[in-house]
Design a protein around this ligand. Structure first.
Ligand SMILES: *Cc1c(COP(=O)(O)O)cnc(C)c1O
Length: 394
């Protein structure tokens, strides 16, 4: 047996911004016996999942489902619509934008990174005017795609994707819009079709409440068209074979059968709650969490009032405090997992996830664990964040 929860009594409070807790309904569905992925039962399941997932992305177009983590889906998006040497514009919002950009470079794409001028880009959402200005200068249309992260999980900043689409249109530029919403889908408002996104990249283990292991590419008609003349060598990630198989509810290779059961269940649960209600619940929990951070006298990593993430809150700790020490304390003392600071803010920030299967009391438990641990770190909170959040939620 794996010794995963020896000696820690009570439940584990998983408050990292993904993987998020998996509801027991989903865990039970995943535990069904694995069936023949070419048999008649699977075809029915496959068709339901292929149709159902479109509602989550709010699209009429196909959504590719890969057995892969979000990183695989990043690669899948790029290799289907871009050719080696193509120029791609990335907007730096944090660690995930940087990792995706590094992946693109390894694929041989010619990347250019832009960001909000004279700002710490890791504390602000995408400034669409910067993208528009850059595209206007690209009179030869060398830039083939604009890549942005919708919900930057390393900083707790959610960018306005409509504004990015408008910037591309205002510049009358033909670049594709490719968006990472790995941690946004199913938690933060997202409308693939209405927002005019060409490819949306996502994963299973964040807002969708599933274990890791599924990656998504939601497509546009234009992305499919562009993919048809794409020259990049690929096999596993190629959309054409998958789209063909999907017509009858199957995949060219063995899909992750049990995660498909889980995805089917997750879609049912999300449709029952309603997407708008899900988005509102996340906004409400995030607002409560921010009130707690303010009460403690700590700083939100996001300085962009219009872009606070409903998915997670990234808390910058004061000089001299080690955020990872605090996280170690919350885990060992209270069985509470918080997200570590990533990249250049490692040790300087921690992240509180409030996504997926999260409610008022699970958030309150996490806030209580943080507050008690702040005291143990020798930090004297200005006021009780727990009381502030509670008053708001009540
Ligand atoms: C989690 C995450 C990823 C990476 O997904 P993996 O499943 O770890 O490969 C990419 N982008 C964002 C914004 C994420 O939050």
């Amino acid at each position: 047996m794996l010794k995963l929860d020896n000696h820690l009594s009570g439940r584990h409070f998983l408050h990292i911004p993904g993987p998020s807790p998996v509801p027991s309904r989903i865990l039970r569905s995943i535990s069904y016996q694995t069936i023949d992925h070419r048999g008649p039962e699977f075809g029915v399941l496959g068709l339901e999942v292929i149709e159902g997932i479109k509602k989550i992305f709010q699209t009429q177009q196909p959504v590719i489902i890969y057995s892969a983590s979000g990183t695989g889906a990043w690669e899948g998006a790029l290799v289907n619509v871009l050719n080696s040497g193509d120029k791609v514009l990335f907007y730096e919002t944090g660690q995930f934008a940087n990792l995706w950009c590094a992946l693109s470079q390894r694929l041989g794409l010619n990347v250019e990174v832009v960001g909000k001028v004279d700002h710490d880009t890791w504390r602000w959402g995408v400034d669409a005017a910067v993208i528009e200005a850059r595209l206007l200068k690209d009179t030869q249309y060398e830039i083939k795609a604009v890549c942005v992260v919708h919900n930057e999980t390393s900083t707790g900043v959610t960018s306005n994707i409509t504004a990015v689409r408008q910037a591309i249109d205002a510049a009358k530029h033909p670049a594709l819009l490719i968006v990472d919403s790995v941690s946004g889908i199913g938690a933060a408002e997202y409308r693939h079709d209405e927002w005019g996104v060409d490819v949306t990249v996502s994963g299973s283990q964040k807002g969708l409440m599933l274990p890791p292991g599924i990656g998504f590419n939601a497509l546009s008609a234009r992305a499919i068209e562009v993919s048809k003349s794409n020259k990049t060598r690929k096999s596993y990630w190629a959309w054409d074979e998958i789209l063909e198989s999907n017509k009858t509810g199957y995949w060219p290779t063995t899909p992750s059968t049990n995660l498909m059961y889980g995805l089917h269940e997750a879609i049912d649960m999300m449709m029952a709650e309603g997407l708008e209600a899900i988005f509102a619940r996340h906004q409400r929990l995030a607002a409560a969490c921010r009130l707690a951070v303010d009460a403690w006298g700590l700083e939100n990593q996001s300085l962009d009032q219009n872009c606070y993430s409903p998915v997670l809150t990234c808390v910058a700790v004061p000089e001299g405090m080690d955020a990872d020490k605090l996280r170690k304390h919350t885990l060992e003392k209270f069985n509470l997992s918080l997200g570590t600071g990533l990249g250049k803010i490692k040790g300087k920030a921690f992240r509180i996830g409030h996504l997926g299967d999260c409610n008022e009391l699970s958030l309150m438990a996490a806030l209580s664990g943080v507050e008690m641990s702040l005291g143990a770190m020798g930090y004297k909170p200005k006021a009780s964040g727990v009381i502030a959040a509670q008053a708001f939620l009540a």
